[in-house]
Design a protein around this ligand. Structure first.
Ligand SMILES: NC(=O)C1=CN([C@@H]2O[C@H](COP(=O)(O)OP(=O)(O)OC[C@H]3O[C@@H](n4cnc5c(N)ncnc54)[C@H](OP(=O)(O)O)[C@@H]3O)[C@@H](O)[C@H]2O)C=CC1
Ligand SMILES: O=C(O)C1=N[C@H](C(=O)O)C[C@H](O)C1
Length: 268
């Protein structure tokens, strides 16, 4: 039976890419999509927005109706909207795939709380490559001591609003976990002016923004005399959309619970 997928934020960069990817994926269909009331895209055909031609599904502004009608909803939007959508998922029992970044620990805990009555996949990066990279970073960090300074560098397009990226933070968490420390205690995210020498054991972050860069991430382990660099570059958003659709199909028939892409990809 075809998996009925709803897309919230369906006119956004990821929303449009999702329509395209679902359109050419067997066993699922775009069943509806929403944008905020007042959006200039209300009433438009999702396929037209995605550049694949009309599919007979129009942009609405009633997320409750979407959650009631669909098997699973995919959400790449903003944290406040995602939390509202998690409540609707909990109320209706509809599954949810969340790619939204920029959420606080408290907001992620709220998302998880919704899984008492539904199933959610939450991943700050849905690509296979980045999820593999996380495992590798954890392993390398576990093998090296604090003589190796860890720095996470990311670059994204000029429209991105959150910093560091969700992926950069997830990579920092993987490094911290490998080293057996709490990222919140060692993260150094802001450097400006006479800040003094680098603190041993810190995990630093650097953010670059510009042009149409889809998403570049590097984790650098720098010691005296040598440097290891592990990285990933996304050259289009399709890698994220493919991961999200895989997660949406994987969720069919799953127990209520809070999952991530490493569950979906069988990496843990
Ligand atoms: N996990 C992953 O693999 C990836 C995560 N992301 C993350 O996904 C998020 C979205 O990215 P991107 O697509 O580039 O951003 P966009 O701004 O292009 O898209 C977000 C869309 O959501 C809409 N929106 C906002 N609030 C609501 C709401 N309450 N109901 C319905 N729609 C809403 C926006 O409308 P409007 O423009 O009118 O505000 C917009 O159309 C970001 O947090 C980004 O970091 C991105 C790529 C990959
Ligand atoms: O906003 C984006 O574009 C992206 N956001 C995610 C993040 O914050 O890590 C994932 C990807 O890098 C693209």
């Amino acid at each position: 039976m075809s998996n009925k997928i709803g897309i919230v934020g369906c006119a956004g960069r990821m929303g449009r890419m999702l329509t395209e990817v679902i359109g050419r994926t067997d066993s699922c269909e775009v069943y509806g999509g929403t944008e905020l009331p007042g959006s200039p895209n209300l009433g438009k055909d999702l396929g037209e927005l995605a550049g694949i031609g009309a599919i007979g599904v129009n942009v609405g502004d009633d997320p409750l109706a979407l959650f009631e009608a669909c098997d699973v909803v995919i959400d790449f939007s903003v944290p406040e909207a995602t939390l509202n959508h998690a409540k609707l998922a909990a109320k209706t029992g509809c599954s949810l795939v969340v790619g939204t970044t920029g959420m606080t620990h408290e907001q992620v805990a709220e998302l998880e709380a919704a899984t008492i009555t539904t199933s959610i996949v939450f991943a700050r990066n849905m690509s296979l490559g980045v999820n593999l990279l996380m495992s590798i970073v954890e392993q390398v960090a576990a093998s090296l001591n604090e003589d190796y300074d860890i720095e996470v560098v990311e670059m994204h397009h000029r429209h991105k609003v959150d910093s560091p990226s969700g992926t950069a933070l997830a990579l920092g968490e993987a490094a911290a976990s490998g080293r057996g420390v709490d990222l919140d205690k060692v993260a150094d995210k802001v450097r400006d002016g006479i800040i003094g020498a680098r603190k041993r054991g810190d995990i630093g972050f650097a953010t670059l923004r510009g042009g149409d860069v889809v998403g570049d991430h590097s984790v650098i382990f720098a010691a005296d005399g040598e440097r290891i660099e592990l990285g990933h570059r996304a050259s289009n958003r399709e890698v994220f959309a493919r991961g999200a659709v895989k997660a949406a199909n994987w969720l069919q028939g799953k127990e209520n619970g809070f999952y991530d892409m490493r569950n979906v990809l069988g990496l843990k």
